[in-house]
Ligand binder design. Structure first.
Ligand code: 4AD
Ligand code: MG
Length: 429
């Protein structure tokens, strides 16, 4: 019977078949130990001379790393084995003898591995990260579905900018310019007026020309949008969403977090509500720490890192100056210099994982803002319609999947938090 390694505990004492690849092997003359991986886990197979036909014993010795094999054997409990079980091998069928595999158990440089990302994802650490990514996405979707948000897909080809014109990827759309979507937000604003509470999940594209550990040119966002909601409503959904995602990963991806040697103390302590500080307070904190920043400036990577080191839980910074935020942000009624915007920053130095806020719902104010940002009003006529036909206060946010995964996994760079990263100098494989 073909079983998956992650379920192996259910088959103790039984004969099973595993279909996978040779991860590694060693030999002590009369016994070959073969580590078999099948994508759900790794198990050690023990091949004993005399207990298997001679040709099978020889084959076990000749297998190269990543050769594909079908192995039959008896599942035995063994507390010393990683995962707690091993396989007493009875038979091995060779599917394909791998050529000399470039990624050996010794360590390799990142550039070497990135060029071989299509193979690198087979390795234990990358496997663990990508499983956690899948859990993060599933947990976020399930949370929003349960909360009554409707999934509405946003387009990828768009006629206009959402997050500033400097990072637009232009494509030739039958002779006219179109842009790859930077965010599904504007479409979610239309959708929330049709369905109340909505979200989209999809890739976003930004021509980020800087090389940082936080930036990809193609990344994924999950973007909820709520009609009849203000900035506080959006922050509440955001913190419950993140708390729920972290809890789910701790519950279901324990083994992967252990594999990554993630210290989960911070993750385990997370509970709502998250601390909230205003932009003004954040600037004060940074100045006290001796950072170079003036009121009105946006935070750069070092500022975010410094702030994120000051907290042991995710936290919000709200009410950024209007002029450093996107055109759609609603002005703060208490101070026209400020916007009803917020970011959520992850602790432990990770920085921004969410950007969001309350949207300008008044037609004239929005038109002014479009002008101020030098955006072509004609491309936004449809968006302005939302303010003409039954406009209401509304708010939402976007959670960056890769930054969230990088933080939860405790990895340094977002490039390992996506299966096939796209960056300034990375388009292959
Ligand atoms: O703060 P941003 O630009 O906000 C928006 O796009 C809003 N339209 C979202 C909304 O309100 N619906 O991006 C949101 C999040 C960031 O907090 C970050 O996690 C991620 O998207 N992000 C990136 N991740 C990786 N590489 C990049 N270049 C990213 N740019 C943004
Ligand atoms: Mg942002």
């Amino acid at each position: 019977m073909w079983v998956r390694i992650e379920d192996i505990g259910e088959y103790e004492g039984k004969e099973v078949e595993i279909r996978g690849w040779l991860f590694n092997s060693r030999s002590s003359g009369k016994i070959h130990f073969i580590l078999i991986r099948d994508g759900t886990g790794i198990i050690q197979g023990v091949v004993v001379k005399g207990e298997v036909p001679d040709d099978v014993f020889e084959l076990a010795d000749e297998l190269t790393q990543e050769s594909s094999i079908i192995v039959r054997g008896i599942v035995r409990k063994d507390p010393r084995a990683p995962g707690g079980y091993e396989l007493g091998v009875k038979d091995i069928k060779l599917v394909h003898l791998s050529e000399s595999y470039p990624i050996t158990p010794k360590s390799h440089g990142v550039a070497f591995l990135m060029e071989r990302r299509h193979l690198w994802i087979r390795s234990r650490k990358q496997n663990a990260i990508l499983r956690i990514r899948a859990e993060v996405v599933n947990a976020a979707r399930e949370f929003l579905n349960k909360e009554g948000f409707l999934l509405v897909d946003a387009p990828i080809f768009t006629p206009s900018a959402c997050e500033g014109t400097t990072t637009l990827f232009e494509v030739d759309y039958f002779g006219r310019p179109a842009y790859l979507s930077q965010s599904g937000q504007l479409y979610m604003e239309a959708a929330c007026m049709a369905f109340g509470k909505v979200y989209c999940l999809g890739p976003c594209f930004r021509a980020e020309k800087s090389k940082t550990r936080r930036h990809l040119t193609e990344f994924w966002q999950i973007e909820p949008e709520i009609a009849y909601a203000d900035i506080n409503d959006a922050m509440e959904v955001a913190e419950r969403l993140v708390a729920c995602v972290v809890e789910r990963v701790l519950e279901r991806r324990k083994r992967e977090l252990e594999m990554l040697e993630r210290n989960t103390e911070v993750l385990e302590k997370i509970k709502v509500p998250f601390p909230r500080i205003s932009y003004d307070e954040a600037v004060k904190i940074l100045k006290e720490k001796g950072m170079d920043i003036e009121w009105g400036e946006d935070f750069g990577a070092p500022h975010e890192t410094e702030l994120a080191n000051s907290f042991s839980s995710p936290f919000f910074v709200h009410r950024y100056p209007k002029k450093i935020k996107a055109f759609y942000m609603k002005e703060d009624p208490d101070n026209p210099e400020l916007s009803l915007s917020f970011d959520m920053l992850a602790p432990e130095g990770y920085g921004e994982i969410i950007g969001g806020g309350q949207r300008e719902e008044r037609l004239e104010k929005l038109k002014e803002s479009i002008k101020r940002h030098n955006l072509p009003e004609s491309a936004f006529e449809w968006y302005l319609d939302l303010r003409r036909y039954g406009t209401v206060p509304h708010a939402g946010f976007g959670l960056g999947i890769e930054r969230t995964v990088a933080w939860i996994c405790g990895i340094h760079h977002v490039r390992e938090a996506i299966p096939f990263p796209r960056m300034l100098d990375t388009l292959y494989p």
